[in-house]
Design a protein around this ligand. Structure first.
Ligand SMILES: [Fe+2]
Length: 292
């Protein structure tokens, strides 16, 4: 068998690798970055007594709104089709600081029975949005902005308090202030942009923590995993975690992107969480319903 000359084989190898890389970049930027995964889970709220009805909570994170494109329009459809009782947005609302109209349209297009809640993330502060047009836009979009504060929702099952931490990465967080109006009798959901805050929750009675920030790594490779994870991620890249003594943490991999307009083996996610009254027997209080 006649072998290719060495220089020719090298050219073919390099050419093949180049085509693979270009194909992966095209897939990650044109297809996967808009290919939303809907992740459905069930979580139990021990402080709510059965037979309270289930609540549907949509956890959105890292939407990084720039222009309103295919991904954002599909996200609106998915969220509204879920007919959520609550929508929680755990920070990084903007891509840059110059799209107030687009953010307001996106936020205003989402509907929830009992309320929509948001906290700021480090990217929002990096764009100075919380200090300029941000609060007005979030309010006009129908969201309650939680900046080290809380808001109570009353439904047939009782009272659930949503407490929101301002961004911890930029040093704006104050847990004591956020929890001031939360009673020990309340079911409490704490919202924070970064999951890192679970390392210091003190003795506060918190049932669930909802966080984002990680983008799930955004670009991942089989066997290798994420090449890079942002500061403040620790071991909580995405999904559900038990935090001793008795807190559950949910980290969303988020909807948008930062730095590079690409996602690879890490689709944008919308998390639809069914909140059920009571405590599930066994170690884990979660069961996966399905993904699509
Ligand atoms: Fe982000």
């Amino acid at each position: 068998m006649r072998l290719l000359p060495k220089s020719c084989a090298k050219r073919w190898t390099l050419g093949g690798a180049g085509v693979l890389v270009l194909g992966a970049v095209a897939y990650g930027s044109l297809i996967e970055s808009s290919w939303i995964e809907t992740v459905r889970t069930v979580e139990f709220l021990p402080m709510v007594r059965p037979p309270a009805p289930d609540l549907t909570l949509v956890h959105l994170s890292d939407i990084h709104i720039g222009t309103l494109g295919r991904r954002e329009k599909r996200a609106i459809e998915i969220i509204n089709d879920a007919r959520p009782d609550l929508i929680v947005l755990s920070g990084d609302l903007v891509h840059e600081g110059d799209r107030p109209r687009e953010l307001e349209t996106f936020l205003g297009s989402l509907h929830a029975r009992y309320g929509k809640f948001a906290v700021w993330g480090n990217h929002d502060y990096g764009c100075r949005v919380p200090l300029t047009w941000g609060p007005g836009v979030v309010k006009r979009g129908g969201f309650t902005l939680l900046r080290n504060s809380s808001s109570a929702v009353t439904y047939a099952g009782g009272r659930i308090v949503i407490a929101g931490l301002d961004d911890a990465i930029t040093g704006h967080d104050n847990l004591r202030l956020a929890m001031t109006r939360v009673s020990r009798k309340d079911a409490c959901i704490l919202v924070s942009h970064t999951p890192e805050i679970v390392s210091d929750l003190g003795n506060w009675d918190i049932d669930l923590v909802l966080a984002g920030h990680t983008h799930g790594g955004q670009v991942r490779f089989p066997l290798v995993g994420a090449l890079w994870v942002p500061f403040g991620t620790r071991d909580h890249l995405e999904g559900w975690f038990d935090v001793p003594p008795d807190v559950r943490l949910h980290v969303s991999r988020g909807l948008g992107w930062s730095w590079l307009p690409i996602r690879f083996f890490c689709r944008p996610a919308i998390d639809i969480i069914t909140l059920r009254a009571g405590r599930k027997p066994g170690k884990s209080t979660r069961s996966i319903l399905g993904q699509s």
